[in-house]
Ligand binder design. Structure first.
Ligand SMILES: Cc1cc2nc3c(=O)[nH]c(=O)nc-3n(C[C@H](O)[C@H](O)[C@H](O)COP(=O)(O)OP(=O)(O)OC[C@H]3O[C@@H](n4cnc5c(N)ncnc54)[C@H](O)[C@@H]3O)c2cc1C
Length: 295
């Protein structure tokens, strides 16, 4: 199907984009177009004006913010995230999640900002950014503001970014040597959206025996990407053992309401969350022990 007629405005600066969004009533930002254009063709979205920000050079970058963080411009493509040496060194879970998105053509066009603002609960980057406690910097007519990941994703396909605002960049932390990570995407075919996605970060004590901090981000199990808070709370401070990790996997489905579709029933998704949380915790603990010199 063809989209409904729309006006196309290509902008080259953030100020120009904000001006156009402010002037028009039903404008919508276009970044990589990999989610918005299919929606328009299906007529599930019919903006009057497409404000194409893909030509704004200042929004595509990955740079260090001191020693403790990395800043990623919203127009940075999945492919650039997947191959960033800086992210690989400081925050390797993010390139790992980006590498599994769709296919090469989509990774060349799709952006981290677009994926975040689209807020599809079955996407790979949002649960990873949630587990990282990332910070989202939004610019609009009233200036700029920073929103923590736990507040950014509001509802199904809805975020804190308002109609006349733009997501400018995302900040993620540098993971030190006591951190381990794992990103698991369970799907049937390479490049499909996850049936279940599990992003895990663990921080161990200096002996590699105790879990100081655990963060578990989940995709495709609730209307928004979410954290498995009950399992996180249970694991904090625990001595690592197979029984503890199994019990945490069991608790990771508390508060989840996954839908059923052709890829799997609600119960199947809950079962898969438990399987992949347990495996993900084991993998993350192994990585943390190796990184901390406690194999
Ligand atoms: C066949 C196919 C398979 C896919 N498979 C996967 C997958 O396995 N995993 C996965 O995670 N994703 C998948 N995707 C989605 C892909 O990752 C998209 O790139 C991403 O969801 C949207 O990024 P985009 O830059 O293309 O955004 P666009 O499509 O341009 O925009 C998406 C939405 O975000 C808004 N927006 C974009 N950028 C900004 C900004 N800076 N500020 C404010 N609003 C903004 C737009 O207005 C729009 O509402 C797939 C897509 C396709 C077509």
């Amino acid at each position: 199907m063809y989209p409904r007629p729309f006006e196309y405005r290509a902008v080259t600066t953030v100020d120009e984009a904000l001006r156009v969004l402010h002037e028009v009533e039903d404008g919508k930002v276009l970044a990589g177009g990999q989610s918005l254009l299919p929606l328009m063709k299906l007529r599930l979205a019919s903006p009057g004006v497409l404000v194409d920000i893909s030509g704004i050079p200042d929004l595509s970058y990955i740079r260090p913010q001191g020693e403790n963080a990395v800043e990623i411009g919203s127009l940075t493509t999945h492919d650039t995230v997947a191959h960033s040496a800086l992210l690989q060194e400081r925050c390797p879970i993010l390139p790992a999640a980006a590498r599994g998105i769709a296919d090469q053509q989509i990774r060349n066009r799709g952006t981290i900002g677009g994926s975040s603002c689209h807020a599809d609960p079955a996407s790979d980057l949002p649960p990873t950014l949630l587990a990282l406690d990332a910070e989202f910097s939004i610019v609009g007519p009233k200036g700029s503001r920073t929103v923590p990941a736990k507040e950014f994703f509001v509802d199904l396909f809805e975020t804190q970014v308002q109609r006349d605002e733009i997501l400018h960049h995302i900040q993620v932390p540098t993971l030190g040597p006591q951190w381990g990570w794992s990103y698991t995407k369970f799907n049937r075919r390479e490049g499909d959206y996850p049936i279940v996605g599990v992003a895990i970060l663990v921080r161990l004590d200096s002996h590699g025996r105790r879990l100081e901090e655990v963060r578990i981000g989940l995709a495709a199990v609730n209307p928004t990407p979410c954290r498995a808070r009950a399992a996180e709370r249970f694991l904090q401070g625990q001595e690592i053992s197979p029984a503890i990790l199994k019990e945490a996997a069991h608790r990771s489905t508390e508060g989840l309401h996954p839908g059923s579709d052709m890829h799997g029933s609600s119960q199947y998704r809950r079962d898969m969350v438990q399987v992949f949380v347990r495996r993900g915790l084991e993998e993350a603990v192994t990585r943390a022990r190796l990184a901390g010199g406690n194999p």
